[in-house]
Design a protein around this ligand. Structure first.
Ligand SMILES: Cc1cc2nc3c(=O)[nH]c(=O)nc-3n(C[C@H](O)[C@H](O)[C@H](O)COP(=O)(O)OP(=O)(O)OC[C@H]3O[C@@H](n4cnc5c(N)ncnc54)[C@H](O)[C@@H]3O)c2cc1C
Length: 419
């Protein structure tokens, strides 16, 4: 039996080297321009598609790695190049994961290729969950989906906000409430194709942002948007069975009975699936932090003040020592959670949240220290560290804020429903 190792396999090393080269040659040189333009970098996405990086096959292969480590390795290298462009390249996988997690094999076969298009005609996908009044508290969602039995159609109404690729995507995966009284248990996922645009689905406000400015973020408006019944992910029979169970559970609670352990396990399994995507978001933050650390280390070795390189001051060298230590600790938390998630090892202490929490906060801290090490240069747009700092901040906000990650971890370790 093989002993414990953190050494990457040959395939993983090849993947890492290939993506590092793509980031160095294609992503980094384009980063500043697309940050300033605040637009989707279509030519870069197309180049990634031609290289085989922006494709269903690529993501299927890294998701398929049984160790779970190829995914964070890939994310770290792409986001080392640039986080805004990185999100423009990997943002489609949010919606894809929604189809994979909730759809039937037939729905996956029909919709997954449409999320990417072809290298000559690239397409994007979006996942629309958040709403103006439902960010951290997704259960308070107001968007509704009502079934019209006469036409076998669903009718969607509501406003989604802060949606990555919202309105410009070919495919939108939308989560809506089908039974508001059941809160989160009364929600379902729908897949909306390009024909929904102009037929009830439209882009609302496009947001101007602090960072990750090459990634498009918009409102998505749903105004009597009618879609065929077949676009409910998972199908109607499965939804009806799930709603019946949820109503039974609610009735039991209202009678003062505690729900059976089987049903409770169901709820925890759903949470565990959500937790499983967090390590790859943590890996993106590790990529940004590593970029800033490497840049500021090189700078500290060459910048001279008082007749010696600034790295020869403990004040600077200790900062770099802390940066490197926190980056390596983040990566280890990310790899552990990625391995656990892929191998079905339960997150008994919120390990997925731990990895995203620590890596996100490390990225903010490390990029801030990098600005400090570069002094005045660090504060200007002539140098990339201020961009990395702006980009890093989103990692304490999206995919669950730092506070929500702490809530998940504290509930897991205490067994108490911390409010
Ligand atoms: C650039 C960007 C891209 C995004 N992409 C997408 C996307 O593609 N799809 C999508 O659906 N959503 C997306 N989002 C939305 C994102 O997931 C939400 O912004 C996030 O979940 C936080 O919700 P909120 O902004 O409403 O903050 P709020 O929930 O209003 O939180 C505000 C503050 O209160 C704190 N807080 C809230 N509840 C508690 C509590 N119980 N205990 C302690 N503190 C609490 C939060 O941690 C935070 O500090 C994106 C957001 C941004 C900014």
């Amino acid at each position: 039996m093989a002993g414990f190792t953190l050494e990457l396999t040959e395939d993983q090393q090849t993947l890492q080297k290939w993506l590092h080269e793509f980031s160095t040659d294609v992503i980094r040189p384009a980063a500043s321009e697309w940050d300033e333009r605040e637009e989707t970098p279509w030519p870069v996405i197309q180049e990634a598609a031609r290289a085989g990086i922006y494709s269903l096959d690529f993501f299927a292969s890294i998701w398929g790695d049984e160790s779970g480590i190829s995914l964070p390795v890939a994310m770290e290298e792409i986001f080392w190049g640039d986080a805004g462009i990185g999100l423009a390249i990997v943002g489609s996988t949010l919606g894809l994961a929604g189809i994979l997690g909730n759809g039937t094999p037939e729905q996956l076969g029909e919709w997954a290729p449409q999320c990417f298009g072809t290298p000559d005609d690239v397409k994007l996908c979006a996942l629309a969950v958040s709403e103006p009044g439902a960010g951290s508290d997704v259960s308070s969602m107001k968007t509704t989906a009502v079934y019209d039995q006469k036409t076998d159609e669903w009718v969607l109404n509501g406003v989604k906000t802060w949606i990555t690729n919202g309105g410009i995507a070919e495919v939108h995966v939308v989560v809506a409430s089908v039974d508001a009284a059941l809160k989160a248990r009364g929600q379902a996922s729908f897949v909306l194709g390009p024909d929904s645009k102009g037929r009830g689905l439209s882009q609302g406000q496009k947001f101007k942002k602090h960072g990750i400015r090459a990634s498009h973020t918009s409102e998505v408006i749903l105004d009597n948007c009618r879609i065929p019944g077949s676009q409910l992910l998972g199908g109607k029979d499965k939804l009806d069975a799930r709603l019946a169970k949820a109503r039974e559970r609610q009735a039991a609670l209202q009678r003062g009975e505690s729900p059976s352990s089987g049903r409770e396990k169901g709820g925890q399994a759903a949470m565990a699936t959500f937790e499983a995507s967090r390590p790859s978001v943590g890996a993106q933050a590790v990529g940004i932090a590593r970029a800033a650390y490497e840049y500021s280390l090189d700078y500290a070795k060459t910048r001279e003040q008082f007749g010696r390189p600034i790295v020869q001051n403990q004040g600077i060298a200790f900062m770099l020592a802390d940066m490197k230590t926190k980056i390596d600790a983040s990566r280890l938390l990310v790899w552990r959670a990625a391995w656990m998630g892929r191998n079905g090892v339960p997150f008994t202490s919120g390990e997925g949240s731990m990895s995203k929490l620590y890596a996100g906060e490390t990225a903010v801290d490390v990029t801030e220290k990098a600005i400090q090490i570069l002094g005045g240069n660090g504060y200007t747009r002539e140098y990339p560290v201020e961009r990395w700092h702006r980009d890093a901040k989103i990692y304490t906000i999206f995919e669950g804020t730092s506070e929500i990650q702490r809530l998940i971890i504290s509930r897991a370790i205490s067994g108490h429903q911390i409010p």
